[in-house]
Structures are given as structure tokens and as C-alpha cells.
Design a protein around this ligand. Structure first.
Ligand code: FAD
Length: 600
């Protein structure tokens, strides 16, 4: 019987309409390709919209000592040298042009007094570097890219449509299967090239800043199509999420609060970040409160306050204070901007934070401190891509944005994601288009595989079995407990065993209702991706017997020179996840001086 589902043909299929997907779609359309842009939620609702603090680009508008070399060095040091150095170089060099391009397309950035794009301080960045729009930068980024892209005739948008499977023709990518979330209708997208830009996987954890969409779909789609995942053990726990009330636990408190001078204190009123300054940041970090404050006020002779150390370090320090019984009443610490800045300044520079705390917690941050604690925030790991082209190891398959790996190494610096989306979103779109145009004939997905994928998606419907919500909440609770900020080997082994049990339960997962408006069914499909990502994270974390960046092992508190030389790669081999060590990409000679020498 003929396959009776809506079918669309594109040169380039972009999965995901966040910053990376939109930027890729624009570039591919400008290269003359017909582009399909697919998103799970409504256009404009992608996770990027939630980004607050800003996008990092060494424009030197606030401090002219900044430049791409310093940005490159900061990114490498922040990533503990696990980064792909070529990606870090391209990112640092190209970010300023991408930000100015966004401005030319209509983004209304905050301004310096003389009318240039204003840049703010952020953790791990040596100079003020984040172009921003108050604390609503992601909203402006998405709005601008959408305004610019949506009128292009070559781009067709499919909203509230979830991709469940990629298809190949031989070794080449050939298209994807999706269902519409409202009615559960299947759709086939045939494409010469596919860009995966589906964002992260933070919904594998309970306390998270990530939205419902972050179920790791892109990692699973690419992995099952044969792509490699690297660095999955490096999950970033942002130091400052809301801790109270319970219904909002995990929601992000932007690093912009600390960038604007906010200080962290324990219940004794002590500014504890001065207690522990890592060796490699010692000569860049203020030793006194007075010096830190002068830095925040723009004194170029002063050093950064310790609250602006990298996220991995700040999260561990907060964790230490709470564990030692010096935390705030609801299990966090205090973040104070009220005693630092005037109410008018706070409301102007941090409007979302003001409203967030006022409305969700009944706290006026212009008058009292916030209670904050670590929250799962970002995945540094993901699809291994080529630095120049953003192509994965599967011909025709590209990845950009949070789902791709390499730029951030073991720990991402705040603000480096939004510029990553623009730099590598553009590169992915460009190279996917070039690849698509180079094919004499469009690859074709196999009909039998399409039928199989449809049957797999439909399997939970009407089956009496395990509840998907129970599996998800058990998974999240287990991941927080066993694969969190500080990891112990027995807990990680427990996680691997628990995940095997969850996978068995998933085989029996069942949901009632029909294909229409059925979130339980959607979750049953998403769970496959969540479990796959969780397995990659837990197993990689067990293998890496050292502490580095966002990965801290209780039994191996130090970094090891041996592990510093390898990325961990997860691949699908004969139906099983296999891990291999891959040498970290070497740093070109000419870049050494910026990282290790005086120039940085
Ligand atoms: P997203 O913006 O998440 O877009 C993913 C897209 O993929 C969506 O359209 C989604 O619908 C779609 N999708 C997913 N799965 C499927 C599927 N199966 N089928 C079809 N479509 C699918 N970074 C910074 O640099 N600066 C900041 O100030 C900053 N602030 C942040 C604040 C918060 C609260 C959070 C959570 C993150 C912040 N980040 C920040 C990180 C940054 O926002 C994200 O890493 C980035 O926006 C990810 O963009 P993306 O384009 O990769 O994915």
C-alpha cells in the first residue's frame, strides 16, 4: 500500500527555530536553497527567547583592550582546554561581525553614552564583552532573526511539529519524519541536507533552567543516524537559579546580576567567594571588596570580583556553603544587588529579574537579597562537528547551537552561546546549502524505514503500561541525585543501572487518548531521547576519572594530564552505545601565545 502522508521536498531541512536554526535557515535561503524550518513549539518560543544576559563579542566598545585574541584565550581557559581550538578561534573572530549584522537587521541593543553597543561584564570574560538588551537579549535576537527571515520566500515554516527520526539513503542523510503536535498527523520531509539545531537536554534533570522542549531530541536523532556525540559528561550547573518557592525552583537568575555588581553571601553575611580563588585566575581576581567594586564601576586598573569567576567554580562554592550549613533558609545562598545599585538602576538594567522575583517569589530585589542555588543549565557536549563547516561525521548532516559540541570544552562562559548560535548557525546554513547544491540527485528515504518509524511512534498509544510522567520524574530525580554537580563512582554506577531499568520500562510505556492534543503521547516519544542522552552523560561521567570544568568527581578531585588530552566520544555500534577516547584537537602554534603567553 502506498504511503499516505503529507510529503515535502527541500534542499535544506533545518530542525529547530532557535537562534542557531533561524540563522542557518537565513543563510541557506540566501544561498538560493529551498528551506524547510521545523519547530516543536511556536515560532518565536524557542529556548533562545529566554536568554537574558547577552552575547559575547570582543568589540572593545567599553574597554578597548579587548580583542578576539583575549576572547579566544578566555574561552579556552574557561573550557579547561578541552575545546576545539579552531572553533574557539572562529567564534572569537567572527562574533563581532555577527553582532553588528544583527544590529543592521534591526536589533536595538543598549548603548554606551557615545552611541555604540554597550557591553557588560560576565563570568570568565576578562573585559566587559556582552552585547545586551537589558536582560532580554534572547528575545531581541529571536525577534530580529524572525523579522529578517520570515519574509524570505525560500523558507517554509512548520510549527508545532516534532521530528522523530532521520533517514539516510546509503550513508547520506535523506530526510526526516515528523508528527504535528495538535493532530498527530505524520509528515515526511525529504531533504538533501539537514541542519540539527534543536537546543539542549536539561529536562533530564529535575532542577533546571531549561524549558519543556529540552528533551535532547537532536542528540538522539543525530546519534541514531550515525553521528558522534562528544563531551557529554560536561553538564553546566548555573550557580544562580531560584530556590524558592518550590514551583519555580531552577528558574534562572541571570549572571547579569553579578555582572552589574551583585555579590554572593552566606547566612553569616560573609562574601564567601573570596575564600577560594583558583590558581589560574589568581592574577586576574580582586583580593578585596573595594577593588572588585572599582572593576564593576569601570576602573581599568582594578581586577574582577570573585563572583565573576567561571560558572563551574561559583556553583561548587555555593554547593560547599550549603553543605556546610551556611546556606539561606531554602537551601541556597544570598545574591544581593539591592545594597549595591539604586532601585532605578536595577529596574532599568535587570527588568526581567525585577519582575521575576516580584511576581514569582514576592521578593523586591531593589530592597532585599535573592535566594539562589545551582540549576542545570547547559550541555557543553553534543554532536561532534567540523569547525569550518559545522558538518557531523554523517554526509549531509550538520549541527549548530547547543546541540553541537566543541566550542565550549569542559565549561561554557556565559554569553558565548548566543554568539555561538550566530557564528556557527551561519556556517551550518552556508555549508549545508553548498553541499545540497553539489548533489546531482536528491537522496531518497526508504519507505520501509518510514513505516517502521511511524509504527514506533504510535506504539505507546492505547497500550496499558508504564506511565510516561512517572518515568520522567523518576529519571529527573535520579539524575539530580546521582549525576549532579559533584559525582561519586558508586552513584554513577547506580545511575547507569537505573537507566537500564528505565529503558526496559520505556518498552512498556503506554498512554490513553488519541493522537490529537495528547501531551502524554508526546512525552512517551520524547522519553526515548531523554534516556539516551542521560545514558551518554552518566556513562561518560563514570569513565572520566578526573575533575575538570563542569565535571567534578569526589574520588578524583584534581585534573589529570592524561584526561586533559582526550575527548570522550559516544557512538552507536551494533545497537549499543560505545565509548572511545579521541585526542583533543591540537592548538595551532600561532595561537599558543594568546593562551599560554603574555599576550592573553
Ligand atoms: P533553541 O533556542 O532551544 O531552539 C531549539 C529549537 O529546536 C526550538 O525551536 C525547538 O522547538 C526545536 N526542536 C527541538 N526538538 C525538536 C524536534 N524534535 N523537532 C522539531 N523541532 C525541535 N546564553 C547566552 O549566551 N547568553 C545568555 O544570556 C543566556 N541566557 C540564558 C538564559 C536561560 C534562562 C537559559 C535557559 C539559557 C540561556 N543561555 C544564554 C543559553 C542559550 O540561551 C541557549 O544555549 C541557546 O539559546 C540555544 O539556542 P539553540 O538555537 O541551540 O536552541
Amino acid at each position: 500500500m502506498a504511503l499516505d502522508i503529507a510529503t515535502f521536498d527541500y534542499d535544506v531541512l533545518v530542525i529547530g527555530a532557535g537562534g542557531a536554526g533561524l540563522r542557518a535557515a537565513i543563510e541557506a535561503a540566501d544561498a538560493g536553497c529551498k528551506v524547510g524550518l521545523i519547530c516543536k513549539s511556536l515560532l518565536g518560543k524557542a529556548h533562545t527567547v529566554m536568554a537574558e544576559g547577552g552575547m559575547a563579542a570582543a568589540m572593545g566598545n567599553v574597554d578597548d583592550r579587548d580583542g578576539w585574541q583575549v576572547h579566544f584565550a578566555d574561552t579556552m581557559r574557561g573550557g579547561q582546554y578541552m575545546n576545539n581550538p579552531r572553533m574557539a578561534e572562529l567564534h572569537a573572530k567572527e562574533a563581532p561581525a555577527r553582532v553588528k549584522e544583527l544590529e543592521a537587521w534591526g536589533a536595538v541593543f543598549d548603548r554606551t553614552k557615545d552611541g555604540r553597543i554597550l557591553q557588560r561584564n560576565f563570568g570568565g570574560h576578562r573585559y566587559p564583552r556582552l552585547a545586551h538588551v537589558g536582560d532580554r537579549t534572547g528575545l531581541e535576537l529571536i525577534r530580529t532573526l524572525q523579522d529578517h527571515g520570515v519574509h524570505k520566500a525560500q523558507i517554509e515554516v512548520h510549527m508545532e511539529t516534532t521530528i522523530t527520526r532521520l533517514f539516510k539513503d546509503g550513508d547520506r542523510v535523506a530526510g526526516a519524519l515528523a508528527y504535528t503536535r495538535e493532530r498527530g498527523r505524520f509528515q515526511l520531509y525529504r531533504a538533501k541536507a539537514v541542519v540539527v539545531a534543536t537546543g539542549g537536554c536539561g529536562k533530564a534533570f529535575e532542577i533546571t533552567s531549561n524549558s519543556w522542549e529540552y528533551t535532547g531530541d537532536g542528540y538522539a536523532l543525530a546519534y541514531e543516524a550515525g553521528a558522534e556525540l562528544i563531551d557529554m559528561e560536561f553538564i553546566q550547573f548555573h550557580p544562580t537559579g531560584m530556590v524558592w518557592p518550590p514551583s519555580v525552583k531552577g528558574i534562572l537568575v541571570t549572571e547579569g546580576v553579578r555582572g552589574e555588581g551583585g555579590i554572593l553571601q552566606n547566612k553569616e553575611g560573609k562574601r564567601f567567594m573570596f575564600d577560594d580563588i583558583p590558581e589560574n585566575y589568581r592574577n586576574q581576581t580582586a583580593k578585596t571588596e573595594e577593588e572588585g567594586w572599582r572593576y564593576v564601576c569601570g576602573d581599568k586598573t582594578a581586577l574582577r570580583p570573585p563572583e565573576l569567576l567561571t560558572r563551574d567554580h561559583v556553583a561548587r562554592c555555593i554547593n560547599r556553603e550549603v553543605k556546610a550549613g551556611r546556606g539561606s533558609p531554602h537551601g541556597g545562598v544570598f545574591l544581593d544587588i539591592a545594597s549595591i545599585r539604586s532601585p532605578e538602576y536595577i529596574r532599568r538594567a535587570l527588568p526581567s529579574m525585577y519582575h521575576q522575583f516580584k511576581e514569582l517569589a514576592g521578593v523586591d530585589i531593589t530592597k532585599e537579597p535573592m535566594e539562589v542555588g545551582p540549576t542545570c543549565h547547559y550541555a557543553m557536549g553534543g554532536v561532534r562537528v567540523d569547525a569550518e563547516t559545522a558538518s557531523s561525521t554523517v554526509p549531509g548532516l550538520y549541527a549548530a547551537g547547543e546541540v553541537a559540541a566543541g566550542l565550549h570544552g569542559a565549561n561554557r562562559l556565559g554569553g558565548n552561546s548566543l554568539s555561538d548560535l550566530l557564528v556557527f548557525g551561519r556556517r551550518a546554513g552556508l555549508h549545508a546549502a553548498q553541499y545540497a547544491k553539489s548533489l546531482a540527485q536528491a537522496p531518497r528515504p526508504d519507505e520501509g524505514e518510514i513505516r517502521e518509524a511511524i509504527a514506533e511512534a504510535l506504539a505507546p498509544l492505547g497500550r496499558k503500561g508504564e506511565n510516561p510522567y512517572t518515568i520522567q520524574s523518576d529519571l529527573q530525580e535520579m539524575m539530580d541525585r546521582n549525576v549532579g554537580i559533584v559525582r561519586a563512582p558508586d552513584e554513577l554506577e547506580g545511575a547507569v543501572a537505573a537507566l537500564a531499568r528505565f529503558r526496559e520500562k520505556l518498552k512498556r510505556v503506554g498512554v490513553g487518548g488519541t493522537r490529537s492534543y495528547n501531551p502524554g503521547w508526546h512525552l512517551a516519544i520524547d522519553l526515548r531521547n531523554l534516556l539516551l542522552v542521560a545514558e551518554a552523560v552518566a556513562r561518560a561521567a563514570l569513565l572520566r576519572t578526573e575533575s575538570r570544568g563542569a565535571h567534578t568527581r569526589l574520588d578524583h578531585p584534581d585534573s589529570s594530564p592524561r584526561w586533559g588530552k582526550v575527548n570522550l566520544v559516544a557512538r552507536l555500534v551494533n545497537g549499543e552505545m560505545e565509548f572511545a577516547e579521541r585526542p583533543v584537537d591540537p592548538m595551532p602554534e600561532d595561537l599558543h601565545a594568546y593562551v599560554y603567553g603574555d599576550k592573553a
